[in-house]
Design a binder for this molecule. Structure first.
Ligand code: UTP
Length: 235
């Protein structure tokens, strides 16, 4: 039987924010088109994809916090939502993508040896799905990690509140790590462009990070295939 996964191309890992999957705007068309893209690209590039929890995860975490749940319990609520999103995307992609998303980094890496794309949510408390994506990228020596997010790159200030904010097309790891550290508290439901564990792991392994607006699928595909894209590159 012909191998289902390319043995020559280096793997790529994609972290898709939950806020990209569900905006309340054309979500059905978007998820269907994203699934088609992952199915096609996954044939020539071994792909691991993580899905975030987005607004639904944050709502659960807010309610849980009001009810007095611990940070670990709040993280676990978030993980469940990210897994639900992984299931939805995996089912949309269809076989050979495992319909039951792997629940650990080790299982995801194992699955990637025989299927592509592999889609999963969170693993354990203490980080976000960006961290999961980064740990997989390190394990499989990925060519790069593509962060598909709801902004079109890294800015020198929050573009939602600073209309004059400028996009930074390229940045070195030490400066990016400083920004991540400044912006993240480590609490459940935290929300910065990329998480601390992810930035530290990629920087140590020398794996570049590409940040793109996840709803622009042509651009996302260029980033995954290692072509010129619109966004920010950290290396
Ligand atoms: P997300 O990966 O969605 O984080 O996980 P995020 O960056 O806040 O959100 P979006 O989707 O990119 O907008 C949601 C929450 O689930 C818990 C964390 O509390 C995280 O903030 N989580 C997730 C974990 O504890 N471990 C994981 O592996 C994944």
């Amino acid at each position: 039987m012909a191998p289902r996964v390319s043995r020559t191309a280096r793997p790529v890992v994609v972290s898709i924010g939950g806020s990209v999957l569900f905006t309340g705007h054309d979500d059905r068309q978007y998820v269907a088109a994203l699934a088609a893209l992952l199915r096609t690209v996954g044939r020539s590039v071994p792909l691991a994809v993580t899905t975030g929890g987005g607004r639904v995860a944050r709502e659960y975490i807010r309610l849980g916090r009001d009810l007095g749940l611990t940070e670990v319990e709040l993280d676990e609520l978030g993980i469940e939502v990210t897994r639900l999103n992984a299931r939805l995307l995996a089912a949309s992609v269809g076989g050979p993508t495992p319909a039951h998303p792997p629940t650990s980094i080790a299982l995801a890496v194992h699955e990637l040896g025989r299927a592509s794309p592999v889609i999963l949510g969170g693993t354990e408390p203490g980080h976000t799905t960006d961290g999961v994506a980064a740990l997989i990228a390190v394990r499989v020596r990925a060519a790069c990690l593509v962060n598909a997010t709801d902004v079109d790159g890294l800015y020198d200030a929050d573009p939602r509140t600073h209309p004059n904010a400028r996009r930074i097309p390229r940045l070195r790891w030490p400066e990016f790590r400083r920004r991540v550290l400044e912006a993240s508290s480590g609490e459940a439901g935290q929300n910065f462009l990329f998480d601390r564990l992810g930035a530290d792991s990629l920087a140590r392994a020398g794996i570049p990070l590409s940040i793109v607006q996840g709803r622009d699928l042509a651009n996302l595909e260029r980033a995954i295939r290692g072509r010129a894209f619109d966004g920010s590159r950290i290396e």
